[in-house]
Design a protein around this ligand. Structure first.
Ligand SMILES: Nc1ncnc2c1ncn2[C@@H]1O[C@H](COP(=O)(O)OP(=O)(O)OP(=O)(O)O)[C@@H](O)[C@H]1O
Ligand SMILES: [Mg+2]
Length: 140
């Protein structure tokens, strides 16, 4: 069984520059409102999405990637799913990357583990040709 049926409207945001962070936040906010998420949950999803966007800008080849935002519904709840995709170089050790304080960029190493705590579901699919991080936040 899948996590839920996708709402027909899928919004895509290309991530290539710092300015796209604003579009990512707007897209996640709009979808959160449509799904009926409260302000706290919406803010958590947007904060996680901002971290994942920063990771693409910092670590993906050319600092480029894509966000797809869709509404999901399962077990009588509405939610928002954000799928962040880039084309490499991938994350060699996902368990390490999800650990507080692990960074290959000399940063705090809190983006991925912090994001995981802010959303209901976070999955990482990665290979040397790219990374996809999917987050879901459900309404209450
Ligand atoms: N999209 C990605 N492509 C390749 N590697 C990534 C990607 N996202 C994260 N990583 C790797 O995972 C590590 C952990 O990511 P995380 O966001 O937790 O920390 P950080 O970006 O290094 O620091 P912070 O987010 O706290 O500023 C990164 O240092 C990097 O090695
Ligand atoms: Mg980060």
């Amino acid at each position: 069984m899948t996590a839920g049926l996708a709402h027909p409207a899928v919004r895509t945001v290309e991530i290539a520059t710092e300015a796209d962070l604003i579009r990512v936040r707007q897209a996640l906010r709009a979808a959160s409102e449509q799904a009926g998420l409260g302000l706290v949950d919406s803010t958590k999803l947007i904060t996680a999405g901002s971290e994942l966007t920063r990771n693409i800008l910092t670590y993906a080849t050319g600092g480029r990637g894509t966000l797809s935002v869709e509404q999901v519904r399962a077990l009588g709840r509405n939610g928002v799913r954000g799928t962040f995709t880039d084309s490499g170089p991938g994350i060699p050790d996902v368990d390490a990357a999800l650990t507080d304080g692990f960074s290959t960029g000399g940063s705090l190493g809190l983006g991925l583990p912090g994001s995981r705590r802010l959303v209901d579901e976070l999955t990482v699919a990665t290979s040397p040709s790219g990374t996809t991080v999917t987050v879901v936040k459900w309404g209450r």
